[in-house]
Ligand binder design. Structure first.
Ligand code: H76
Length: 478
């Protein structure tokens, strides 16, 4: 008996070894010093909180909010926070906007309340955008709020106000800095290399300063990391990730920051996600049928309300502006594929939000209050996408149907994975039970609500696993 057992164990061990070595052979692992640090999704409480939050707001606020897309009488259609570049304004001239930085209507508490009422669980704040102007009194540059008529630590006020509302604060940080003489787009000479290493030290100092001054920060979202100079210094991006993680246990970092030994970004040369979540879905979303691979990792998308305006632009008539339902659709779309969504706001130079943004926040908030159960802490449901909308799955296994397209047939088709049955359906926010009819093997007709809700609505499905269809079905012979 003992001998047989030993032989079986040995056999199992040998198979395991040969299996793993053959798997390695087919993969051809490229050795990397600065590649991915996590295997699979992080499951610690900080990451789970990041994921469960699901809905965030982005705040793009800097000097660009003052001209609002207009320079010397000309209105530029491009993104307002890039105006310095569109209008080719030299840095010293651009920085004279600091003399006008006096946001008398800014009230961090009001901003935090707006986010809370919208149902946002976190906020991403531009601490410093490409222009280089800092919303905190940084010791390492003179281009900060401290040297404006305002003088206040606006970032500090925001961190406190949002945290007081129970909202997590994430920092947006642009590595590319148009105001810094040592910044380089690429490294072409020894002199470039020396200048750029000074720039990287400056950036490290600013990041350490942010992490020290505002220790409740939960996340760093890096931007402006696409230039050759960063790709040539992949080691530095790995160093920043490690440095912040040592200073702030649990902090999350976006994939945008990272480049590996070979200058590969977001995903390393072995195809592994770098940082803690993928952050490449900017103003676009993965296809809900073709791109299901995204459900394998954490990811966060962000979107603008007009077609492409992050900072305040005075003329929103220049591009299409999304309606509240279109924004809600994108939020649910992201969550249905296991991602987060961040909706952007670009406050004015005086510190107030434009009326369109206030109205949008209110409309989203109203919907989230009623149907948020199908968004917060929800994930990919594993059901085949249908035309009426999206599925999400809650923590207790319940499946939500978020209906955006009401059908004339008055029937919502649900196809379940093998062994999964629909037991019951109810309309969220009411006591109404919804009729469910099994129409074929693993197929159901779920009736639309008796009274048309005239807004996207949610049907909660009670499902059972390890149970086949009730009827006996025969497949067609073809
Ligand atoms: C390009 C670019 C930047 N990335 C977005 C998140 C905005 O900050 C935009 O200016």
């Amino acid at each position: 008996m003992k001998g047989t057992k030993r032989i079986i164990t040995l056999f199992a061990l040998l198979t395991a070894i040969s299996f793993s070595s053959s798997a390695q052979e087919t993969k051809k692992e490229i050795p990397l010093k600065y590649g991915a640090t996590n295997e699979g999704k992080r499951q610690d409480p900080a990451m789970q909180k990041f994921r469960d939050n699901r809905l965030g707001v982005f705040i793009h606020w800097g000097l660009y909010a003052i001209p609002g897309g207009e320079w010397n009488g000309k209105v530029y259609n491009g993104a307002a926070e890039w105006l310095k570049s569109w209008a080719k304004v030299p840095s010293d001239e651009w920085m004279q906007l600091m003399d006008q930085w006096n946001p008398t209507r800014f009230d961090a508490k009001k901003w935090a309340k707006t986010a809370k009422e919208m149902g946002a669980k976190y906020v991403k704040i531009t601490t410093k955008h490409h222009e280089g102007f800092c919303l905190w009194p940084s010791k390492y540059t003179s281009y900060t709020v401290a040297n404006t008529p305002c003088k206040r630590d606006l970032l500090g006020e925001m961190v406190k106000a949002y945290n007081d509302e129970g909202i997590d604060v994430h920092f947006y940080f642009s590595v590319m800095d148009w105001s810094h003489p040592d910044y380089r787009y690429s490294i072409k000479s020894a002199a470039d290399s020396i200048a750029f290493s000074r720039f990287l030290t400056f950036t490290d100092n600013q990041l350490k300063e942010l992490a020290t001054r505002y220790p409740t920060v939960k996340d760093f979202w890096f931007d402006g990391t696409w230039d050759a100079s960063i790709k040539q210094n992949g080691w530095w991006t790995a160093h920043v990730e490690q440095m912040l993680k040592e200073m702030l246990p649990g902090v999350t970092i976006n994939s945008h920051l990272r480049a590996d030994d070979n200058g590969k970004r977001h995903f390393d040369s072995n195809g592994r996600l770098m940082g803690d979540y993928e952050s490449g879905y900017e103003r676009r979303l993965p296809d809900p049928v073709k791109d299901l691979k995204v459900t394998q990792w954490d990811w966060e998308a962000c979107m603008t309300i007009p077609e492409n305006q992050w900072g305040y632009h005075k003329d929103w008539s220049l591009s299409y502006v999304k309606t509240p339902i279109e924004v809600i659709d994108r939020i649910v779309h992201a969550v249905s594929m296991g991602g987060n969504m961040v909706v952007n706001f670009g406050p004015k130079g005086d510190g107030d939000f434009r009326p369109e943004e206030k109205e949008l926040a209110t409309a989203i908030g109203k919907w989230m209050e009623r149907y948020g159960e199908a968004v917060y802490a929800c994930d990919y449901a594993g059901f085949e996408k249908q035309d009426w909308g999206y599925y999400t799955r809650g923590k207790n296994g319940e499946v939500y149907m978020i209906v955006f397209n009401q059908p004339y047939s008055k029937q919502l088709i649900v196809k379940t994975p093998k062994g999964v049955s629909v037991e019951k359906a109810s309309l969220m926010g009411t006591k109404e039970n919804i009729k469910v009819v099994e129409t074929a093997r693993n197929e159901y007709n779920v009736s639309v609500p008796k009274k048309n809700p005239s807004e996207p609505y949610v049907i909660r499905l009670q499902i059972q696993t390890n149970k086949g269809s009730k009827g006996s079905y025969r497949d067609a012979l073809t």
